[in-house]
Write a protein of this length. Structure first.
Length: 287
């Protein structure tokens, strides 16, 4: 009978651990998507560039000075200088023909492509940045994909709101599923709990083994779910290295810590409230 009881306890522990791991994995997946969506938002915003078209009369030394001044601006992430010759070469490759052959001259101006920091890609910021750039006498025109920036900002807001709402809903579902799993486990021990009360055991003494047991379920399940998520992220980045800008190490660490913390917190709290329920019950209510 002792061996049989021990076997049942082990099977309950394994079953509860697997159930909790699956729930935490799904929750961690949503947290991962929320964080990567934010990283993706930053990545997209910082890769949409302003094009500052330079005056044809500007000297090389003035271009170097202008680019240096732009790099010092707090809203600028990086700049790239494209000379007239380079612009002609790129357009020739794109069009399949050289415009200078029938025009008799290079029709393109030298430009500086400016990539902004993500926090300065909102419409209000873009307006005053554009105004500031136009005030420079060496810049004759500023162009940027205004419609694209507006669409990116609106779509990313909608996606972020959806993911956050989904994460909140899944958190409630996760709590409910883990709570039911733990309650069923403690329900099978309700008569043992009552027997311990009859022999004078304190509530703290009765609660302690249940809380410790479920605490370990939370830790092990959290680590298991975190390992699965980390392995999945590693496989994705190995398959497509460019995604390292979106699937960052910081995001993975936050996801793993969140999953383990949530697992420990929810299993401990559920065990505490469930055991208290049966500690308050009278013998007639246990049947």
């Amino acid at each position: 009978m002792k061996k049989r009881n021990k076997s049942i306890l082990d099977m309950q522990f394994i079953t509860a651990g697997i159930s909790t791991t699956m729930v935490l994995f799904l929750l961690g997946l949503v947290v991962f998507f929320v964080l990567t969506a934010n990283n993706l938002s930053v990545y997209i915003k910082e890769n949409i560039s302003f094009c500052a078209i330079l005056d044809n009369q500007i000297k090389e030394t003035s271009i170097i000075k202008l680019q240096g001044n732009l790099n010092k601006k707090k809203y600028v992430k990086s700049t790239t200088y494209i000379s007239k010759a380079q612009a002609l070469k790129e357009q020739t490759e794109a069009m399949g023909t050289d415009p200078s052959e029938f025009l008799g001259h290079n029709p393109f101006n030298a430009t500086i492509e400016i990539r902004l920091n993500a926090e300065y890609t909102h419409p209000d910021s873009i307006k005053w940045i554009e105004k500031e750039l136009r005030n420079d006498k060496n810049i004759i025109e500023v162009s940027y994909p205004q419609n694209l920036m507006g669409a990116v900002n609106n779509n990313l807001k909608k996606i972020s709101a959806f993911l956050l709402g989904f994460a909140g809903l899944l958190s409630l579902i996760s709590f409910s599923l883990i709570n039911n799993t733990i309650r069923l486990t403690i329900y099978s021990k309700r008569f043992l709990i009552h027997t311990m009360k009859l022999v004078g055991a304190s509530w703290e003494f009765i609660r302690k083994p249940f809380i410790i047991r479920n605490l370990w379920i939370g830790i092990i399940s959290g680590v298991a779910a975190g390992s699965l998520l980390t392995s999945g992220a590693y496989i994705i980045v190995s398959y497509e290295p460019d995604l390292i800008a979106v699937v960052s190490l910081k995001s993975i660490v936050i996801v793993v810590v969140s999953v383990i913390s949530f697992g420990v917190m929810i299993t401990t709290l559920c065990a505490y409230f469930s055991i208290n329920k049966y500690l308050r019950m009278k013998i007639s209510e246990l049947y």
